[in-house]
Design a protein around this ligand. Sequence first.
Ligand code: CDP
Ligand code: MG
Length: 736
Amino acid sequence: MPSIDQERRLLPTYEYKQDLIDAIREHSFLVVIGETGSGKTTQIPQYILEEMPEMKKIGVTQPRRIAAITVSKRVSEEHGTPLGKDIGYMIRFDDHTSSSTRLKYMTDGILLREAVQDPTLSQYSVVIVDEAHERTLETDVLFGLLKKTHRLRPELKILVMSATLDVEKFSDFFDECPIFEIPGRTFPVQIIHHQSMKINALKSNFVSTAVETAFYIHTKEKAGDVLVFLTGQADIDRACQEFKDKCSELDYTRDVKYYDVDDEEQVKDVSVYPLYASLETMEQRAVFELSRRGSRKVVFSTNVAQTSVTIPGIKYVVDSGFVKEKSYDPNTGMDALLVTSISKAAATQRAGRAGRTAPGKAYRLYSSESFEHLPDDTIPEIQRSSLLSTVLALKRMNIVDVLNFEFIDKPDETLVMKALSQLFLLGAIDHHGVITELGKQMSQFPLSPYLSRVIISSATEYECSEEVLTIASVLAGDNDLFRAPSPRQGEDLIAEAEKCKLKLAHHSGDHMTILNVWNEWRRNDESRRWCRDNWVNQKALANAKSVRSQLIDIANQLKLPLVRTRRIEVERTSGKKEGRSKEVVREVDAVPVLKSFLTGYYTNIANKASGRSVFSHYAPDQHLAEKSSHTSSALVALYLHPLCALSDMFDRNKTRYSQIEWVMYMHVTYTNRAVMKGVSKILWDWVRSGKGHERIRQLATAHLNGVDKKKLNKKRKQLLDDSSAQASSVESSDTD
Ligand code: CDP
Ligand code: MG
């Protein structure tokens, strides 16, 4: 085994160390391009750290939280210092840096927030935007901001690092700066297409096809590890299980074609790993270690293995052709993660993973004709996501004319307009498009503007900030609060988990259920055992606890009062049918809590016809607007997610469910249909009498007055943005 120092010297970047340093000294902007695994992320910042003592602090951005964590750990190890000392990382709600940190890995979102607080980024001498080819929303905004920052601080060094070839665009954007190329050491990859498969037809069964192909490779191909690209945790877990099941029936002496490599290596067994952007999977060091002789490693992974992390030993790639991608849903006004086909560039990157250390093979599950029809490049995120937080951040930096901000690729005008009207509806900007005091407060929270709005109104209007902060902390995490046993764990366990969930559920829905779970967990001394016994996700709660204390710090800085809401007395019937008794219990009043949430989410409501289980999305802003133009209103069919508290009650007690008329939801996910998550019952009256509704009226008056579209857009624009440049562009694009 080579030592960690030897490993460093073997990387392609090593021989360019001095040239790189010279280039950084000479130029303000520099684009660096090099194959994945060549040492850009781990080595180049270290070279600066070790060889350029004149540089104060180095900031490196990563699109993925998981990359920031694992890379900073690796680099600390290489550097021989504990994580958080010389080298550290910072991601949302998790800061592992100290005053002595000189090399800081962080998400692009973190640097964006820092730029909002301090547009000169005065603490940094060097800023490196890594994985620039990913073109995340935050990276794209950072590009524009860094150019501005550079005008304020010409001594700031800015590096853009990318794994793909088309970096001319980056160089053009940064004043035609030089491009430093680190030649790759790659081997040829043979590409095998599944010629009879059209990618559209593949969509419904790519998981099992991928499993079959991996199995084919395992039984028929020479030694070498396999990397299978799928889309997310659910399909990866399923694929791992299916693949293991298939392998458990294997008789290696009968079924597996033995191959002699080096005259002695034979594939005699297999280890299977899932790889997705959650810490547990990334911390399985074994994924990143070379396989034992005679053993084959099969990794089912998300896009994280496409360019962010390198798994050694991969000789075979299976490319499903799909990826989970953020896309904006204009019907609900929210971002959704959708499974979509990849681009040619992504397919090429995926195939390339097979040829890092030796010649390899890439199996594409779709035909070469389908490949030809794929788009050349992935559409940058900024052109397919909600711009709410982005526009608010820009407004916070007094960039009023958002459309004329220096974007590397301009976002769609309608997306900007939508964000402006949503921010207006939330009260974050005024008629002139200028950020309000409320908007400034909202921008302090590292949360979606909706959730920030909720917290502020819980403190200033509804006197329930203690409760709302708890619920918001859980909602801010990615984890479901309840665990569900898998079908293979048996009926009994499923029934038991259901029972636990029902016991903790609140009749109004998920928001108050979250509060119930939190309170019970606290009452049980935050015990892991209690979580296990009640099918509650301990990690979600532990994470929420840390988030909560950070949100409280921000609330304190903003002088928002922390108040516990009142308790009310309710009658409960208990006991079995015979000896039924009524008792009066005191519980938290749900009304102010839910009303607080409505101040942020009053455009996320749906109603249900009695006796049916489907809801119709009701966008009050669109609804009011469209009444006048006689088009059909924007109604979308929505369903309750099975983990929703309200959906349990539907199964149990249909009468209660039939009492539901209006609900508010936090977001929508798509499986084969649109499913609401984070759902609670509300009253229409709360919406109608809320302040938000008044703002909708203000926004939509012009529509209701039947003004013609041209004039209306002009008026709307005047309402929302005072930039004259924007005025002309909006008018000229108005063709519908
Ligand atoms: O950024 P780039 O893709 O060019 O390469 P890198 O991430 O700096 O990786 C360089 C080498 O470090 C690769 O061989 C990785 O396998 C290794 N590495 C590692 O062992 N552990 C990590 N957490 C990250 C990288
Ligand atoms: Mg990298």
